[in-house]
Design a binder for this molecule. Structure first.
Ligand SMILES: Cc1ncc(COP(=O)(O)O)c(C=O)c1O
Length: 400
């Protein structure tokens, strides 16, 4: 691997030598388009930072605020937002662990957490594991936030004076919806009215594609007592290098400060180093990735229209994930016990047919909660060749 190489998709033979879950979960005849890992080579500035640290045996514990400072610089340039103030941030092991710690501060056992289904399955798993309940406020058929549904969910969750939190996925996984400033301001107003604390998971924010603009939740009026979870891990493919930043709005800083000090022992030094290098030196790489993802998004749409005409795809505005509506295929879903909803390895319905008959691994829509049945999530952060072959196999799986 040359650190000076520009962005390009990694060929399949080389990907098969990887030992991460994407490449180890299924046998080699399966094309894995399931978990949110990308088939990219590491951005050169990140590789250099890691290689340099290894060469100097700089392998100890992390320290300092560089990650938050790099995020601040990135957020100013990318989104014109000045809200990442180092004193109101905390480096946490990853987005979900950080979210769990904030939930512990702003809710108690037995309280409710609102989510917009269909949504990233670990939202269910983490919330339920912590003894909190889930109240779903499903997205509309257009994949957008349903404000009346959110209001009803806030009302139900806060009945009897209970505390509640809203786990907002922005941009939204799996639909790739980018929420607008007006939608987010309306959410903030509702959250204030019902005293619901908002945690915006903005891990996909750098992955907004041409045609849409990310609005940081904490930048909208009324969001001052909210939190944002940010990380370079999705956009630069750093899931193996654990770190994320929790950002508190001005009125949430005291709550963030109540997270115990030992939580800051979780992120790894290599995580912090690599995420910082990504945000500082990986912006050109990110822009070339986004151009390639935009091409893939178009290609996927064309291939599905041609080979899988019964499958509906609303082009994602962000992320490298696409949400395929396979309901017209009439494939029955199995059932998944609530306790298994966070297990992205389970297969059911259309995902099962595409895996067993097409040898393409996708994520079963049922795992994403209400509104997920009959859908599959396909990861298109791979070469056009792999996307083309996957759609060919999926079509063949249906025609046998
Ligand atoms: C919306 C969302 N949040 C969190 C995560 C996981 O992030 P982390 O590994 O930092 O917990 C993912 C991973 O795909 C995700 O899509």
């Amino acid at each position: 691997m040359g650190v000076a190489e520009p962005f390009r998709w990694v060929p399949l033979e080389e990907l098969r030598t990887r030992s991460s879950v994407k490449w180890r979960r299924y046998p080699p005849d399966v094309l894995p388009l399931w978990v949110a890992e990308m088939d990219v080579r590491l951005a050169p500035p990140i590789a250099s930072a890691l290689i340099d640290a290894v060469e100097r045996s700089d392998t100890g514990y992390p320290m300092g605020t560089e990650y938050a400072e790099a995020l601040d610089e990135f957020a100013r340039k990318r989104w014109g937002w000045e809200g990442v103030v180092a004193q109101r941030t905390m480096v946490v092991p990853d987005v979900m662990q950080g979210t769990a710690e904030i939930l512990k501060i702003v809710t108690g056992i037995g309280d409710q957490v609102i989510v917009n289904s269909p949504v990233y399955p670990p939202f269910y798993a983490f919330v339920e594991h912590m003894g909190r309940g889930i109240v779903e406020a499903p997205l509309g058929e257009d994949h957008r936030l349903d404000l009346a549904g959110i209001q009803a969910a806030f009302e139900a969750a806060t009945a009897h004076g209970r505390r509640a939190a809203y786990l907002l996925c922005s941009p939204h996984n799996p639909t790739g919806t980018v929420h607008t400033a007006d939608e987010l301001a309306a959410v903030a107003a509702l959250a204030r009215a019902y005293r619901v604390r908002v945690i915006a998971d903005e891990i996909h924010a750098p992955l907004v594609l041409p045609g849409a603009v990310h609005v940081p939740y904490l930048s909208v009026p009324g969001a001052e007592n909210g939190f944002s979870m940010m990380s370079a891990s999705k956009a630069w493919n750093l899931a193996g290098l654990k770190a994320a930043v929790a950002v508190a709005g001005p009125d949430a800083a005291e709550d963030l400060a109540r997270i115990p000090e030992e939580v800051s022992h979780g992120p790894s030094h290599f995580g912090v180093l690599s995420h910082t290098a990504a945000l500082r030196g990986g912006v050109d790489w990110l822009d070339s990735l986004l151009a390639a993802l935009d091409d893939n998004r178009r290609l996927l749409g064309e291939l599905i229209a041609e080979h899988l005409p019964a499958v509906r795809l609303r082009p994602p505005q962000a992320t490298f994930l696409s949400w395929l509506d396979c309901r017209a295929l009439g494939i029955p879903e199995g059932s998944i016990a609530p306790a298994d909803r966070g297990n992205v390895l389970l297969s059911s319905g259309p995902a099962d047919v595409f895996l067993e008959r097409g040898r393409v691994a996708l994520v079963a829509g049922l795992l994403f909660g209400t509104g997920g049945a009959g859908h599959v999530r396909l990861n298109y952060a791979t070469s056009p060749e792999v996307i083309t072959e996957a759609v060919r196999r999926m079509a063949a799986a249906l025609s046998d």
